[in-house]
Design a protein around this ligand. Structure first.
Ligand code: F6P
Length: 542
């Protein structure tokens, strides 16, 4: 049994480093170390990470790496890739890296042996199906070609393919991808409003095929189709992605129209499996392959690169440093790329479902914060929303800026503006503006006396607000794959340091149980008086 990380000498050493560095301006660190920009940067798979704006120096980085060694990060990474049951509470491996490994690689599920043959058999089946739908070989019940694909799924069965289709929109040349997740009927209604049954294909995605929201949407979609095309049309317009053949068959989708995956694929790590089918249909098999190849390249980097040059290790340790040692209030992620508008939602599930845990692997209550609240949205829009708080609010938040350098062709001037905005924000957050500077600025405008003094405090920026900047050459399938795998491994690194199981999610169960009870009107014994009244007022109980 590993002790809590807080009980180690390495943790205490890091607390001392934090105290030392809190007393120093970040800008001063550049003066002290002329090599800082080189030292505090790393690159892999085309991605460049600048972390020179963090309140870190070489000694603190070494201490963080020493903490990772003490927490046996290398050994846990080996166990992860070896297919050991790293998901202890469910006695399963977490082998999502196998989903993007090329033929010939070896990935072993410690319980059942080699998984790669199954992975590639499924990928081949997906490619054949995508080729047929895109090429017109697979048609709807009336003989019309498929023009729209509706992915019905939620959580990990939605965020990944939805975000990828949005991020790679210029590469979409197949049927139009649509997504329905919410059990709010408005979601499905709005999507169906623009569609014709004869040209619509539904992909029902659910690892368990028992998720209430997904099944409710799938049933309504099925009725919508059957009403106009009849029962026999289901076989032409519905396919399933699941691990649960029995439930899929009970729903009325034949096993021949099902794409499988395995219990060792966690929902939030499942984009690379058949869960990505809607993305493959939209983008085509080659681009989906490029996405997988980018992620695989990041897997290799994660295994091979030394800690000090390892992007997932560095990002993970910097996150720990900011939240556990510098006390940052949250993790903000701001992509300066409109097409990454859904990235944050995907990342929220990845990080907060993975590491939002209050007990360690052995079931002991943790004595330190685990994953911070993660939020964000695209820049430059975000600058006109919550950046005021990031710059001048009393709490300090850690920020990741993500910036594809090259934008859409023929729009160089606007892309330059976007890039300049991104760089200006991270610089301003670090630099701040002192009382002295503000006073000088105001004096130059002619202000003086009491009016000047009253104006000064409102215009001061404390600075020293830490950020990473991650550059991608452009938003294409390979670089997107690498970016997503980078954050997946970052979550793993942090889970290892905190000592939690990053691959289960028991915290979602109680709400599901109570929903069922409320729907069954079993309120009296289990529901508190407040909820009982709300049930009455909403018509759930008379
Ligand atoms: O949110 C809980 C959860 O179990 C996620 O982990 C998962 O991605 C989502 O529900 C959907 O589950 P399924 O794919 O089984 O429908």
């Amino acid at each position: 049994m590993q002790p809590s990380p807080t009980q180690t000498g390495r943790w205490r050493a890091l607390q001392a480093h934090a105290q030392r560095l809190r007393a120093m301006r970040t800008l001063e660190l550049f003066t002290r170390d002329p090599q800082r920009v080189t030292r505090c940067s790393a690159q892999a798979c085309g991605l460049y990470l600048d972390y020179a704006k963090q309140r870190l120096d070489a000694a603190a980085i070494d201490a963080l790496i020493a903490l990772a060694e003490e927490r046996e990060l290398a050994q846990w990474r080996e166990r992860l890739f070896a297919g050991d049951c790293v998901n202890g509470t469910e006695a399963r491996p977490a082998l999502h890296m196998a989903l993007r490994a090329p033929r010939g690689a070896r990935f072993i599920d410690s319980r059942h042996g080699d998984v790669l043959a199954d992975v590639h058999a499924t990928l081949d089946a997906m490619r054949r199906f995508a080729g047929a739908v895109r090429g017109g070989g697979w048609r709807g019940a009336t003989g019309a070609a498929i023009t729209d694909v509706v992915n019905i799924g939620i959580g990990g069965s939605d965020f990944g393919p939805r975000m990828v289709c949005e991020a790679l929109r210029p590469f979409v040349d197949g049927p139009r991808p649509r997504f329905v997740a919410n059990v709010d009927p408005a979601d499905l209604n709005d999507v169906l409003a623009g569609l014709a049954p004869a040209t619509t294909l539904f992909v029902v995605v659910s690892k368990t095929f028992t998720t209430q929201e997904t099944l409710a949407n799938a049933r309504r979609a099925r009725s919508w189709l059957v009403e106009s095309l009849g029962e026999a049309a289901v076989a032409h317009h519905f396919v399933a992605v699941s691990t649960n053949v029995r439930e899929v068959a009970l729903f009325g989708i034949a096993p021949a129209n099902m794409f499988g995956f395995w219990d060792w694929v966690g929902g939030r790590y499942s984009l690379w499996s058949a869960v990505g089918l809607s993305a493959m249909l939209a983008l085509g098999p080659e681009r989906f392959d490029a996405l997988l190849a980018g992620a695989h390249a990041m897997d290799r980097h994660f295994i091979e690169a030394p800690a000090a040059a390892n992007l997932p290790v560095l990002l993970g340790l910097i996150g720990i440093w900011n939240s556990n040692f510098l006390g940052c209030a949250s993790q903000v992620v701001v992509p300066y790329a409109q097409r990454l508008a859904l990235f944050c939602g995907w990342l929220q599930q990845l990080e907060m479902e993975s590491n939002g845990k209050g007990v360690d692997r052995d079931g002991r209550t943790v004595d330190h914060p685990t994953t911070p609240a993660l939020w964000g949205s695209v820049g430059s829009n975000a600058q006109h929303a919550y950046f005021q708080m990031l710059h001048q609010g009393p709490a300090v938040h850690a920020i990741d800026f993500i910036l594809p350098v090259e934008g859409d062709a023929g729009c160089d001037e606007m892309q330059r503006m976007l890039v300049a905005n991104c760089l200006a924000q991270s610089a301003a957050l670090m630099r701040g503006k002192s009382v002295h500077e503000v006073r000088a600025e105001l004096q130059a405008t002619g202000l003086s006396g009491a009016a000047l003094e009253a104006a000064v405090p409102h215009r001061v920026f404390p600075g020293d607000r830490p950020s990473n900047t991650l550059l991608l050459p452009r938003l294409d399938p390979a670089h997107l794959g690498a970016l997503l795998a980078l954050y997946e491994h970052r979550a793993f690194v942090q889970g290892v340091i905190w000592g939690v199981n990053s691959f289960d999610q028991w915290g979602v169960e109680l709400g599901k149980q109570l929903t069922r009870r409320i729907l069954d009107r079993q309120s009296d014994a289990v529901i508190d008086p407040s909820t009982a009244v709300l049930m009455q007022r909403t018509g759930l109980r008379r």
